[in-house]
Design a protein around this ligand. Structure first.
Ligand code: SF4
Ligand code: SF4
Length: 360
């Protein structure tokens, strides 16, 4: 009886979220040069989310339209991946994930189409193999494109519109000149959407120079090129979105949808965004308790995890409605925010020192 009443109460006060992002693995077969998984390899904890923990989330799926299976890792490495997709689809949810594309065998693709997966995001960091494979070590652009061509063919054979292919291009100073060539690739693989994003978590200080928002002298070039690609894409009915390219210094917004979405990490912790995911703090014992750091505006800051609760112990409704979580989300509420200096003084350091807060 008590359990029943608890469930009813949970349902009444349940939030409506745009999506729930679930980190189902921190293992990866790639070694991208900018990724904390690579840079912090000595302290990285590689783990899969067990299906039992994922199942604890199932009762809360009613809150959201989209479940996005993504964290700091390659989702296809979790052997329960298909089971997880199936469980979400069985509850009428849209499901998506982002992959490096290397494990998309014909069998895997057949299964994804048969399961009616909704979105497959493909990460790229160049439109030539030379550039992409240098930055995304362990990836092979030509192979990824051929996998996507197979996906395109199988979708046509199975008369399926899904999964929609989204290309996620990481813009860096050293690969920006190749971005124009993303459209022919998108056309070739039948991609509907392209998102060009920035390097916002800089764990290796040497990579600061690669972030295009730090290349302030060429901002007009970046902006004009991005707008030109956007217009060309629109003519081909491809959505092209980009972040930045520059920083909005007075901003109190956050590029992540923290007010209407959340991330559930590999351990079941509910966190506002991937940048506050406690997995980034890694295994302290491996580095004698030293805190990992990131670079923001040429200064070094500790990486700090944040969690508002764990779905092993509490319902997502209860966690979402906690006072401290509400207070955190209010910091990003455009109706409630005051002057930037006032808001910044209330923000946790991880947000003050975050490029996503500046629109990057
Ligand atoms: S594929 Fe993704 S998780 Fe793996 S190293 Fe590259 S960026 Fe990191
Ligand atoms: S400002 Fe940065 S750290 Fe803070 S919630 Fe947004 S993305 Fe996460």
């Amino acid at each position: 009886m008590f359990q029943w009443a608890k469930r009813q109460l949970d349902r009444i006060s349940s939030p409506t979220l745009d999506w729930v992002q679930v980190e189902i693995t921190t293992h990866c077969n790639g070694s991208c040069i900018y990724c904390p998984h690579t840079i912090m390899r000595n302290r990285w904890v590689s783990r899969h989310m067990p299906i039992e923990l994922f199942n604890e989330l199932i009762p809360f799926l009613g809150y959201t339209d989209l479940v996005y299976l993504q964290g700091w890792g390659e989702p296809l490495l979790n052997s329960d991946f298909f089971e997880m997709v199936r469980a979400c689809k069985a509850r009428g949810k849209r499901v998506g994930f982002t992959t490096n594309g290397m494990l998309l065998t014909e069998d895997t693709i057949q299964t994804l189409v048969a399961l009616q997966l909704d979105i497959i995001g493909i990460s790229l960091a160049g439109t030539t193999a030379r550039t992409n494979d240098r930055i995304r070590k362990g990836s092979n652009l030509n192979r990824v494109i051929s996998h996507l061509e197979i996906l395109h063919k199988i979708k046509a054979e199975m008369k399926s519109q899904v999964p929609a292919v989204h290309l996620a291009y990481l813009m860096l100073r050293s690969n920006f000149h190749e971005l124009r060539e993303i459209l022919p690739i998108a056309r070739k693989v039948g991609a509907q959407q392209i998102v060009a994003s920035n390097l916002t978590l800089i764990v290796d200080p040497k990579l600061s120079a690669e972030a295009i928002f730090n290349d302030t002298e060429r901002m007009d070039y970046y902006r004009n090129t991005l707008e030109e690609i956007k217009q060309r894409a629109a003519r081909e009915k491809i959505v092209f979105d980009y972040h930045g390219p520059g920083l909005e210094e007075a901003s109190v917004c956050c590029r992540e949808n923290v007010r209407k979405a959340c991330v559930i990490n590999i351990e079941g912790e509910v966190v506002p965004c991937v940048l506050t995911n406690p997995v980034l703090c890694g295994n302290r014992e491996a580095t004698h308790g030293k805190t990992p750091r990131h670079t923001f505006k040429d200064q070094s800051f500790p990486l700090r995890g944040m969690s508002f609760g764990n779905i092993r112990n509490e319902s997502l409704t209860r966690i979402w409605n906690k006072k401290e979580y509400l207070k955190f989300r209010d910091l990003f509420d455009p109706r409630k925010t005051g002057k930037p200096e006032q808001v910044h003084s209330k923000m946790p350091e991880c947000c003050v020192t975050c490029y996503k807060r500046l629109g990057a």
